[in-house]
Design a protein around this ligand. Structure first.
Ligand code: PEP
Ligand code: MN
Length: 350
């Protein structure tokens, strides 16, 4: 259940609600909005006890409303937190007025490949450099990423260009190493329901980008985000990267309705990855524009200096020139939906 306090409720009154919830066996999670404080009751109680507690709380003069939550997630829900969450990455926010762009290669392949891409995407105005060191490949015979060496190259690329880094963690045993390099940790589509990993990420305060599973419903995706938030990490972003449908022309089907739906259902920032959604570079630009028009807070885009030589995901990678052209086209679309393309290029963070 969620207890909505009346505007102006005192700290003592908020604490009284928390104590009552805890005495009944719940854990209390407070969300402090601009107008109201909302207290979420986390846990499970038997039906008669829950019913009685709801009635008792409703009688309190400083309680405005007690809402029974039927959704299988609470902290992720826009019922619990009305204001949109803004995730801080170095000196900027994701989820506010600005649309941000994360770009870079699918995988870190070499120092030269990474630095060349990093300079190019920075020049075009990307805010974050992406690059996988640990790659979740469908075939165990495919390139699996450079691992620790890749992480060190990402660290160097960030030091040289000033760009923050997003990179994937695949295995909970690598978490500390990845955290020491990443400004944002990516949980890939295939790991969306690795609950042990989600819980560990929840114990940190590192921003997490949670990709939607290949066949996950919106509700399953949001429950995965709840795993992270329940452990205390509120710096969670959702990423729609296409889902599996009957269509085979595209690698996946970009579910733009999930972007709009997630914005209604949750307070978390939503990022769109049109590269994995389509699998074809020529579709990345139109779908990036559509994603921003649909309300995405940012994009995650694969860029490679020589897509024909890429060790992974070449067919969906933009060349630096095509990426720069996309950035130009994005600006008026962002403005049309009352946002601004940040185009930070790491300059402020350098
Ligand atoms: C990636 O970002 O390179 C990746 C593997 O993405 P996904 O988990 O969405 O397939
Ligand atoms: Mn990829």
């Amino acid at each position: 259940m969620i207890v909505v306090m009346r505007p102006g409720a005192s700290e003592e009154q908020i604490q009284e609600v928390c104590q009552r919830l805890e005495a009944a066996g719940y854990k209390a999670a407070i969300s402090r909005g601009v107008e109201r404080v909302v207290v979420g009751a986390i846990g499970i109680l038997d039906e008669p006890t829950r019913q009685m507690l709801m009635e008792q709380l409703l009688v309190l003069p400083f309680v405005e409303q007690v809402i029974r939550v039927t959704k299988p997630y609470k902290l992720v829900s826009s019922d619990w937190k009305k204001e949109r969450t803004k995730v801080a990455v170095r000196d900027f926010l994701i989820g506010g007025d600005e649309v941000i762009v994360m770009a870079g290669p699918c995988a870190v392949e070499s120092r030269e490949q990474l630095l060349q891409t990093a300079y190019a995407v920075k020049e075009a105005g990307a805010d974050v450099l992406r690059g996988g060191a640990y790659k979740p490949r469908t075939s165990p015979h495919s390139f699996q990423g450079l691992g620790e060496v890749g992480l060190e190259l990402l660290r160097e690329a960030s030091e040289i260009t000033g760009l923050p880094i997003i990179t994937e963690v695949l295995d909970v045993r690598d978490l500390e190493r990845v955290i020491s390099v990443a400004d944002i940790i990516q949980v890939g589509a295939r790991s969306m329901q690795n609950f042990a990993l989600l819980r560990e990420l929840g114990k940190t305060d590192k921003p997490v980008l949670l990709k939607r599973g290949i066949s996950a419903t919106i509700e399953e995706w949001l429950q995965a985000a709840e795993y992270i938030m329940l452990e205390g990490n509120i710096n969670v972003m959702l990423c729609e990267r296409g889902i599996r449908t009957f269509e085979t022309y595209t690698r996946n089907t970009l579910d733009l309705s999930a972007v709009a739906a997630a914005k209604e259902l949750t307070h978390l920032p939503i990022i769109v990855d049109p590269s994995h959604a389509t699998g074809r570079w020529s579709l990345v630009t139109p779908l990036s524009l559509a994603a921003v028009a649909a309300g995405a807070d940012g994009l995650l885009i694969e860029v490679h200096p020589e897509p024909s030589k890429a060790l992974s995901d070449g067919p969906q990678s933009l060349t630096p020139e095509r990426f720069a052209a996309l950035m130009e086209k994005l600006e008026p679309i962002a403005e049309a939906v009352e946002r601004k393309l940040r185009k930070g290029g790491g300059v402020k963070g350098a």
